[in-house]
Design a protein around this ligand. Structure first.
Ligand code: UDP
Ligand code: MG
Length: 242
């Protein structure tokens, strides 16, 4: 494998076969001129998602294939840990996020403005029900976990690789990336990003499975952050006389 790239783009995929060719085209255009790799994480798709991923001559395309569906958090966690770049970007694989936004977010990390840049969907292109539940969930969650972020549901993010160490592997973790990263002492900022309606495939979430689980998880994350180990090593020297 070639030397580590500057940027790793991590994309969770679960039954997104129709979106892959368009997504790859958009990524190639958006990332032209950047030193990058793409880590596709196939989360046990039962359609032709994997077969649709085109390799590239430069070897920038990597595919992590799960044995079976393990969930969006698992896919993002595994992808971020496999990422080799000093900056990692996260993106949904259903074309709702726009790859064209990635360079702007990455530039903020590169110039040291923040350790984690969170996209927020300025103009949501989802159903009314989804927009309302998401707004309520974001309001409650941001106050409860003190992440100060208006839209964690927006997958589009960029972070310094060091931020990955703050992530805790639990089902539902993907909604609390800003809370966990901020809780570990990293600096966050937000940027408006483009959002598009889902054209192909279906959303993997219904009302019930998202709202109830995310509420339970919120209490867990708040507890975890309140119990975080906080220490600084003053010195790490050999014992005197050795
Ligand atoms: N996803 C995944 N595993 C899952 C569910 C979803 O990898 O078990 C991926 C999915 O393919 C998409 C992203 O996570 O790339 C977001 O999922 P979806 O679009 O269904 O979420 P929504 O936009 O409805 O919040
Ligand atoms: Mg989606």
């Amino acid at each position: 494998m070639s030397a580590a790239p500057a940027l790793s783009v991590v994309i969770p995929l679960y039954n997104e076969e129709e979106n892959i060719p368009i997504l790859q085209r958009e990524l190639t255009a958006a990332l032209a001129g950047l030193d990058y790799e793409i880590v596709f994480v196939d989360d046990g798709s039962r359609d032709a998602t994997i077969a649709k991923i085109a390799p590239d001559a430069e070897g920038r395309i990597r595919v992590l294939k799960f044995e079976r569906n393990a969930g969006q958090s698992a896919a993002m966690y595994a992808g971020l840990h496999a990422a080799r770049g000093r900056v990692a970007a996260l993106l949904d694989g259903d074309l709702q996020n726009d790859p064209a936004d990635i360079p702007r977010l990455v530039a903020e990390i590169e110039r040291g403005a923040a350790d984690l840049v969170c996209g927020y969907r300025a103009k949501r292109k989802d159903t009314v029900v989804k927009r309302i539940t998401s707004r309520v969930a974001n309001f409650v969650r941001s106050r409860f976990t003190r992440d100060g972020v208006r839209d964690t549901g927006c997958t589009l993010k960029a972070m310094r690789k060091e931020c990955v160490s703050a992530l805790v592997p639990f089902v539902g973790m993907h909604r609390f990336i800003p809370a966990l990263v901020k809780g570990a002492g990293f600096r966050l900022m937000e940027m408006p990003v483009n959002h598009r309606p889902r054209q192909f495939g279906v959303s993997k979430y219904g009302l019930g499975n998202r709202a109830i689980r995310a509420t339970v998880d919120m209490f867990g994350v708040r507890w975890l952050l309140s119990r975080q180990l906080r220490y600084r090593v003053a010195s790490d020297a050999p014992p005197p006389g050795s």
